[in-house]
Design a protein around this ligand. Sequence first.
Ligand code: GSH
Length: 219
Amino acid sequence: MIRLHHVGGSRSFRILWLLEELGLEYEIRHWRLDDGSTRAAEFLALSPTGRVPALEIDGLAIFESAAIVQYLCERHPQSGLAPSPGTALRARWLEWLGFAETQAAILEQLNIQHIFLRPAEARSPVLMKLLARRLAATMQVPEAALAGQETLLQSGFSAADVMLGFNLPAVFRFVRAEGFPQLAAYGARMARRPAYQRALARAGEDRLYTRDFYEVPDV
Ligand SMILES: N[C@@H](CCC(=O)N[C@@H](CS)C(=O)NCC(=O)O)C(=O)O
């Protein structure tokens, strides 16, 4: 039995997408981040900081998206979504898994600054600008890696693309795509994958973003 604990538009989409890439059967339990339910004991038993994703699988509960991705890939080595442990390619794959979270953490700070912080005076345009620059710096890395290849690893599509690919629609809400042609094309390629589309159809509403682009307000 596989049950994904999911919030629309959140990092749990990575797991939803990966489950579709793996062709596994699973159920989804939908949660909201704005009704206190992820702070209840029932959810904290699955994910002690009250964050999604959490995955129940054969009696085990796992949190942290990169850990879940690694675990699912280990259970399904035949999927080819992760290079073999101990190889140089595996080192690159693991780097991308961690890197995707480095980038997601900056996105989270941008979300806090542009969307969640109340009252609006508590927001800092200086910090917004700094965070957008830090985000752009992370974007340079896959931009360079993708020159001449379609996926993060030269060997082809892997779960690293799922980890990073999830970030991209959000990334381009804070940094314009113009300076990042490889990354923008890659994002569009990932979104065209049938498994991505199937995941999107089951994902539920993304309530976070109401604008295509979040400008830093003038100070
Ligand atoms: N490093 C964790 C981060 C999980 C995380 O922060 N998830 C967000 C949604 S994208 C969340 O649940 N936030 C709710 C909260 O912070 O209370 C992972 O990759 O799973």
